[in-house]
Design a binder for this molecule. Structure first.
Ligand code: CTP
Length: 402
């Protein structure tokens, strides 16, 4: 991304690395960015606000109630006008507050109010960095779509050598410049994504399900929201956090998924069915626990409604995308499903490959469309694959309009 002309809010929290934020402010300003520094009270113990004011040539904010322009509410104004937030250095305390949704000072209130991308450059003692609470909080922020600029291993001011050092200002700037500008090509579009497994009840303590983690669908929902879409995520049971800005509807069974999907289907522009829906459910469900008996047990199963087929049959203006998991002849089976279910496109996973499919953080997909496109999306993180799938969908929808 080109930093010139960008409004950047630089959040500085209270660690010794706050001195490096001065060089960062200076370098960002030299590149033509409009830098607004927000400091925590503890950061001001290390470096004075006046230093940042001189370097950024903008007022520096430390107190939510110190309104510098009476016609504006500073934290909302900064939150709205920021093109990006950069937190450097970020202490364990700030990471913890953000992960817990605490807004008790100027920096944290502004952070909760912004919809701009947030880049976090942590800096702390090596043992703090490895503490399970810090790891959990960073994981939570990563799940919500915050970006991390990982610290280097090296000599720390506390005397230890290890991971925890703030990334050098030059490197932080290079990382930001190398990031591609987030696309906003789904602005104004309504996107429905399904994700996760379904559970089909036998009795109050047992159900049939599958190994789907929901990661692929959640990644698609997150990517679509980042690209400006109004996203609804209908999710089976999953441990994953709801991505920022996504409306999530929780369901358990295939029937509940069908009902929820149909209730919002008409308003959607794009529907992406990444869920691993059960094809069968028990014919009978029991109100009390089934007791064991001698000999074998047979449970009769009946077909669930194929949600994707139902959507295909009722399709009006929607761009409908299915997923398929195949062990062999992936393209041929994929094309078969695409035609049978009246889809616009299908993403075929080749299951059985390492680094693809259920539970994995990476995936490999073949994107097929009605016009015979066969696009291989090579192994990458599910978050990247999600963006690649959306790239293909946007391209196909544009081609449809021509
Ligand atoms: N799907 C659905 N409703 C079902 C079953 C599957 O909507 N009851 C959707 C899935 O969300 C996925 C697509 O159908 O997008 C492909 O699922 P898959 O099970 O691979 O398709 P089938 O045709 O059921 O598979 P197969 O013929 O290989 O058993």
């Amino acid at each position: 991304m080109n930093l010139a002309g960008k409004t950047i809010c630089l959040g500085v929290s209270g660690g010794i690395a706050a001195y490096k934020a001065c060089a960062l402010t200076s370098k960002l300003t030299q590149r033509g960015a409009d830098v607004h520094v927000i400091m925590t009270k503890h950061a001001a113990e290390f470096v004075t606000p006046l230093t940042f004011q001189a370097l950024s040539r903008n007022p520096v904010y430390t107190d939510t109630f110190d309104e510098k322009h009476p016609e504006k509410i500073a934290h909302i104004d900064l939150a709205d006008k920021a093109d990006l937030f950069l937190l450097a250095p970020t202490t364990a305390n700030l990471i913890g507050k953000l992960a817990a949704g605490i807004a008790d000072d100027m920096l944290t209130t502004t952070l909760l109010a912004t919809e701009a991308p947030v880049y976090i450059a942590p800096a702390m003692n090596v043992h703090m960095y490895a503490h399970p609470a810090v790891i959990r909080n960073m994981q939570q922020l990563d799940d919500w779509g915050y970006h991390f600029i990982e610290p280097e291993a090296g000599y720390l001011a506390c005397g230890y050598v290890g991971k925890g050092r703030l990334e050098e200002p030059e490197s932080i700037i290079r990382i930001l410049e190398e990031r591609t500008e987030p696309k906003r090509d789904l602005e104004g579009k309504k996107v429905l994504v399904t994700a996760g497994p379904t559970q089909e009840t036998i009795d109050p303590v047992r159900f049939f399900t599958n190994h789907s983690s929901g990661k692929m669908g959640y990644a698609v929902a997150e990517a679509a929201a980042k690209r400006g879409a109004d996203v609804t995520l209908v999710s089976g049971p999953s441990q994953l956090a709801t991505p920022l800005g996504v409306k999530r509807i929780d369901i358990t069974s295939a029937q509940e998924m069908l009902d929820q999907v149909l209730s919002v289907y008409d308003q959607q522009d794009i529907v992406i069915k990444a869920a691993a829906v059960a094809d069968y459910r028990p014919v009978q469900t029991f109100d009390s626990k089934v007791k064991k008996q001698d000999g074998n047990l047979s449970i009769e199963m009946e077909r669930t409604t194929d949600i994707l087929l139902t959507l295909g049959q009722r399709k009006q203006h929607q761009f409908l995308v299915g997923f398929a998991a195949e062990t062999n002849d992936a393209v041929a089976y994929g094309i078969g499903k695409l035609e049978r279910k009246h889809l616009d496109a299908i993403c075929v996973n080749t299951v059985g490959k390492t680094g693809a499919g259920f539970q994995s953080d990476t995936n490999e997909v073949i994107y097929l469309n009605r016009e015979g496109k066969e696009q291989h999306l090579p192994s990458d993180t599910k978050k990247q694959i999600a963006h690649r799938i959306l790239d293909e969908i946007v391209q196909d929808m544009e081609a449809d309009r021509k």
